[in-house]
Design a binder for this molecule. Structure first.
Ligand code: COA
Length: 163
């Protein structure tokens, strides 16, 4: 049986921190579905389609990864895709409480679904999509945090020339 995991998030936008989790996840699972939340409570900079497009661009050629969107309850989506595992990255102790609460809730309402936490690699422990957006909006260098496609899209959003 194929081992399929869902890696959900808002991905506004995808960063090297997310890509690190996806690459390491592929060593464990046969297939990873990157699931972009359509109605995240966050005020997104990129539309859902733009976020999906960026993820597809940066993961082009990676046949074991598919990109999708979901609305409603995550566990319902996971079940609908025939998966049993949710992957989440943990960056710091501060992530733990929130992630623990969501994982507990998900396991209460969706008994068959397991959450697998992966420690974010050391070099991305401080990273978040918000902080990358802030640095970019202030014309800072974001090369170490996001692939070129994402950097270009971000600079466009902020009305800046490519650099
Ligand atoms: N490296 C670097 N940064 C990372 C990272 C990593 N490995 N993993 C996450 N992050 C960052 C993200 O960039 C994001 O930054 P931001 O807050 O500045 O945008 C932050 O960590 C957390 O984002 P993300 O992992 O995308 O999670 P989220 O909190 O935005 O999304 C959902 C959570 C969408 C998965 C969750 O709310 C959900 O499942 N919603 C569906 C509804 C539902 O089922 N609710 C019931 C749950 S009990």
């Amino acid at each position: 049986m194929k081992k399929i995991a869902v890696y959900p998030g808002s991905f506004d936008p995808i960063t090297y921190g997310h890509l690190d989790i996806i690459r390491r996840g592929l060593a464990i699972f046969d297939e990873i579905i990157v699931a972009v939340a359509r109605n995240s409570q966050k005020n997104a900079l990129f539309t859902t389609d733009e976020r999906v497009g960026l993820i597809q661009d940066v993961l082009k050629g990676e046949e074991r990864v598919t990109v999708d969107t979901f609305g409603g309850l995550l566990i319902d989506y996971v079940a609908s895709r025939g998966a049993h595992v949710i992957i989440r990255g943990l960056r710091a102790i501060s992530d733990f409480e929130y992630e623990f609460q969501i994982a507990q809730m998900n396991s209460c309402i969706g008994q068959e679904i397991e959450t697998l936490f992966m420690m974010t690699s050391l070099q991305y422990g401080y990273l978040s999509s918000s902080i990358v957006k802030e640095v970019c909006s202030l014309n800072g260098d974001i090369d170490k945090f996001v692939p070129l496609e994402v950097k270009t899209a971000l600079r466009q959003k902020y009305g800046m020339a490519a650099k």
